[in-house]
Write a protein that binds this ligand. Structure first.
Ligand code: FES
Length: 107
């Protein structure tokens, strides 16, 4: 199986409660440190294409800066309107202090 994981950041770059948008191939991916575990998802809101990296992390949710929709960081699920479609999640790995992002997590 090909190793499609690419290094996008170091764990030191991202403290708990912090996030960062990175480019992975053609995709803009948001990396979030949620209480010490790393999650990766679309940076683009599923409602009207705002950059979620400009929004806020509130508990385990991320709030869109444009119209205030919230998404579950761990599952990508849309939790409040006006968004109704989930965010695509990406696989994440940590190796030797590096954060690597892989293909979309299809469950
Ligand atoms: S663009 Fe995110 S809620 Fe509208």
């Amino acid at each position: 199986m090909p190793d499609d994981f690419v290094k996008v950041a170091q764990t030191d770059d991202l403290k708990p409660g912090q996030m960062k948008a990175v480019d992975v191939g053609d995709d803009r991916v948001l990396i979030v440190n949620l209480n010490g575990s790393y999650h990766a998802m679309d940076d683009t809101c599923s409602h009207a294409f705002a950059a979620l990296s400009e929004g806020d992390i509130v508990g385990g949710e991320i709030e869109c800066p444009l119209h205030g929709a919230t998404f579950d960081i761990a599952t990508g699920e849309a939790l409040s309107p006006p968004a109704s479609q989930p965010l695509t999640l990406y696989q994440v790995r940590v190796e030797d202090g590096d954060i690597l992002v892989g293909p979309p997590d299809t469950g």
